[in-house]
Design a protein around this ligand. Structure first.
Ligand code: PMP
Length: 346
């Protein structure tokens, strides 16, 4: 079934066989990969494991993601790009997104000359299920991207809705769960893959796990899709320091505590925003950021910049005129932001 969805040239692709994938046992002398013999104790002169096996084994233990269902990308951005290249024929196929949402789905699609169908969210920033279903029937997208919690709105979509969309969709439904750790009582779409192998889930080490600089994105999918992903990904896309950073994050007992702190700070900041006379709407968020509407986002943005604080002006997104998105930072950073916002007269 998945086979039929793949681009024909991907189906027949003979993958590059790297030295490190041909021999992965233990040996004293490795003269197979044209690496340098000059090296320290950290093994950085050696190529990394193309399959990131250690990290994936730990992910199974700590996150409960089965080893046979995980693959690692150079950030989830690479996973998004490769999914499009696996399933979408340039100049012919299209993907579907629900705007406003994370920007790279459409940029990677357009980079591959793949069309983008935009379905606007409802006025209360929810998925417009009827519009999505009828557009799927009419346009037959190869991939439907659903971001939950959505960036930049912070909104979680019910798993039942995602399942229904994925059932109607004969292509891939890619659920981006980058911010799921910050949502309370989150129901992950990973549980839906078994019954519907056209569902894939994206996770990342960049948010709750605090490793954005390492570039570690996760594709959770049926083993069938995972095997194709392994064929198309660059052989050494996850560096040794990145894999080590991922392992460190999985073993770090303070991650849960930091996520909880972030959630509490998000709620406190949202309440603070509601007390400000120039804030019009605070959108409820289940991510590590808050989106809110003010009288003039451009002027507030410039004012905060003048105070050395950088936030994101999301006003150019459809339906988000005069909105600002603030990432929840440390207590000190949020205090500085609050002080600056208290001093602003709108
Ligand atoms: N998905 C979403 C929804 C995001 O907001 C981001 C980054 N802001 C990413 C994916 C990219 O994550 P990564 O750092 O793993 O490439």
């Amino acid at each position: 079934m998945i086979d039929e969805l793949l681009n024909p040239w991907i189906r027949s692709l003979v993958p590059y066989s790297s030295a490190r994938s041909e021999f992965s046992g233990k040996a004293d002398i490795l003269l197979d990969a044209n690496e340098s013999w000059i090296g320290g104790n950290d093994g950085i002169n050696r190529y990394p494991d193309p399959l990131a096996r250690e990290l994936r084994k730990e992910m199974e233990r700590v996150m409960g993601i089965p080893y046979s269902m995980s693959a690692i990308g150079n950030g989830s951005d690479e996973v998004i790009d490769l999914l499009i290249r696996m399933f979408c024929a340039p100049g012919k196929d299209c993907v579907m997104i629900e705007r406003p949402t994370y920007g790279t789905y459409s940029v990677f699609a357009r980079t591959s000359n793949v069309g983008v169908i935009d379905i606007p969210l409802t006025s209360d920033l929810n998925l417009d299920e009827d519009a999505i279903v009828s557009a799927i029937m009419e346009k037959r997208p190869k991939i439907v991207f659903i971001c939950s919690p959505n960036n930049p709105t912070g909104r979680v979509y019910p798993l039942s809705t995602i399942r229904r969309i994925a059932e109607v969709n004969s292509g891939i439904t890619a659920v981006d769960e980058a911010y799921c750790d910050f949502a309370e009582h989150y129901e992950s779409a990973v549980s839906a893959i078994e019954n519907n192998p056209r569902i894939v889930v994206l996770r990342t080490f960049s948010k709750a796990y605090g490793k954005a600089g390492a570039r570690l994105g996760v594709l959770v999918s049926s083993p069938e899709i995972q095997q194709v992903f392994m064929k198309v990904k660059p052989p050494y896309n996850v560096s040794r320091p990145a894999e080590a950073a991922g392992l460190e994050a999985l073993h770090d007992c303070s991650v849960r505590k930091r996520v909880q702190e972030t959630i509490e700070r998000r709620e406190a900041f949202s309440s603070f925003l509601r007390t400000l006379p120039y804030v019009r709407t605070v959108f409820p968020s289940e991510a590590n950021f808050v989106l809110f509407r003010v009288d003039s986002a451009a002027r507030l943005y410039d004012y905060l910049i003048s105070r050395g604080i950088v936030v994101r002006n999301r006003s150019s997104d459809p339906m988000l005129e005069n909105t600002i998105r603030v990432t929840i930072g440390s207590e000190k950073e949020m205090e500085a932001l609050k002080e600056a916002m208290n001093g602003w007269r709108g």
